[in-house]
Design a protein around this ligand. Structure first.
Ligand SMILES: [Zn+2]
Length: 451
């Protein structure tokens, strides 16, 4: 793309709003989210939209905005997003990260893609629905939270635990990670997140006889732990094919057709999954995490003095469970590699949804296709976690749906949390139009069809 500049006057109100949001430094755990949340609150209230804040500490508030229906017959629809961003420390940016520069057809800055651009879509959606006095048979809600990039304990985790009443009646929500275009074998796919993996922190301990460092010992706790670490680091956990992974892979296979479709479908045969990934290498390797639980040993602890053989040593592991997998089954997977003679402690486990509700996907996909005739929407299983995991505790199904038409050479996933994060000028309006179309023409239809 050529080097062209767009003056501020040429930018749409949505893009101007995004620039304002980027200029608030909301680096998680460093800069309070309050000024940005206050700004959004004022903006919405000026339009006559009802808002309320909820917080554990005043500096890190969460904002719920509601457009009430006059004849509500259906569950409220929730749009939600986080205002905090990850740090820029140590990254080399070609534009000022909080400057919101407009250059080369992009708006540059931390949060442009994760997820102030998407928040700008949701905020301008609310404003347009309100201004146009669109009458909907359901309440429309927007929740802007703090602390997603941290623990969620000041944001969504706090709200779900301390204020479940604000989610009353909600079954479906639109959130981040999904709806961005990506080119694959000449097709323009729009992956829409339907499920995410679950995070767990496990501690695996080995025990053995302790003693003096001057004697010869065998089968010590240290030796046993090292053997387990070696196995966990070099072997994959067993294949687990979940309904969400099946939907994603079958949809991509159908979109691509030909030899690629054949290879993709073979991934779904558990006896062949690892062989196919091994043969195809990087190309199909991206599917590996959605077809397995995975474990990474990230910390080791044990031993107190150089001349004492410890009787207990342990390692901490980052474990990611495929959607719907139980902790019991994940531990079985781990024991299938290291045996059952280790103590496994679940230090932390963010249990995700056990079920998959696809009620809205057809209509979300339809809204995308109405806007972009080239679009091939496909379900997406995300390997990381979002605030959706907390909402799933309340039985709310999140769809990652913030549509963006990205240039072929711009990869969404490689720019988030990275230097030079940027979003094309106009992307916010593209998404906003699709979301409004879905709200006005898709949501009620999807719910009525599933009755
Ligand atoms: Zn995010």
């Amino acid at each position: 793309m050529g080097n062209f500049e767009i003056s501020r006057e040429q930018l749409s109100p949505s893009d101007q709003l995004l620039r304002e949001l980027i200029r608030f430094d909301t680096t998680v755990d460093e800069s309070p989210e309050k000024p940005a949340i206050d700004y959004i609150r004022t903006l919405l209230e000026k339009e006559g939209i009802e808002t309320k804040t909820f917080f554990r500490t005043e500096e890190r508030p969460n904002l719920m905005a509601t457009i009430k229906s006059e004849n509500a017959q259906l569950p409220p629809l929730l749009m939600y997003g986080h205002i905090d961003v990850v740090p820029v420390e140590g990254q080399k940016w070609s534009q000022e990260p909080f400057g919101a520069a407009v250059s080369d057809g992009y708006i540059w800055g931390r949060g442009a893609l994760d997820m102030k651009g998407e928040l700008a879509m949701f905020i301008t959606t609310m404003i347009q629905i309100k201004r146009d006095k669109i009458s909907l048979p359901f309440d429309l809600k927007l929740l802007v939270v703090s602390d997603e990039e941290g623990t969620g304990n000041w944001g969504m985790a706090y709200l779900v635990k301390e204020h479940p009443e604000i989610f009353k009646g909600i079954k479906y929500a639109l959130g981040e990670i999904g709806g961005f275009s990506m080119r694959l074998s000449g097709k323009k796919l729009y992956p829409v997140m339907i499920a995410e993996k679950q995070f767990a922190h496990l501690k695996i301990a080995a025990t053995g006889e302790g003693g003096h460092g001057s004697f010869a010992h065998s089968n010590t706790a240290m030796e046993r732990l090292c053997k387990a670490v070696e196995k966990l680091s070099s072997q994959s956990l067993p294949v687990r094919i979940t309904p969400s992974a099946r939907l994603m892979i079958e949809a991509i296979a159908a979109a691509l057709g030909g030899a690629e479709a054949i290879a993709l479908k073979l991934l779904l045969k558990p006896s062949l999954t690892d062989k196919i990934i091994g043969l195809a290498g990087k190309q199909l390797g991206i599917f590996k995490p959605i077809l397995h639980n995975n474990i990474n040993v990230t910390m080791i602890e044990g031993g107190s003095a150089v001349n004492v053989i410890p009787s207990r040593v342990s390692c901490h592991c980052d474990v990611r469970l495929v959607p719907g997998c139980t902790m019991e089954d994940a531990i079985k997977d781990i024991e299938s590699i290291i045996g059952s003679s280790y103590e496994i402690e679940v230090v932390e486990y963010d249990k995700g949804s056990e079920t998959l509700d696809m009620t809205l996907t057809d209509e979300l996909f339809a809204a995308l296709c109405r806007k972009d005739s080239e679009a091939v929407p496909v379900p997406l299983v995300v390997t990381g976690v979002t605030d959706g995991r907390f909402l799933s505790i309340l039985g709310i199904q999140t769809y990652g749906f913030t549509p963006m038409d990205l240039p072929a050479d711009l990869e969404f996933t490689s720019l988030i949390h990275a230097a030079d994060e940027r979003i094309p000028v106009g992307a916010v309006d593209f998404g906003k139009e699709i979301i409004i179309d879905f709200i006005c023409n898709g949501y009620a239809k999807a719910l009525q069809q599933c009755k």
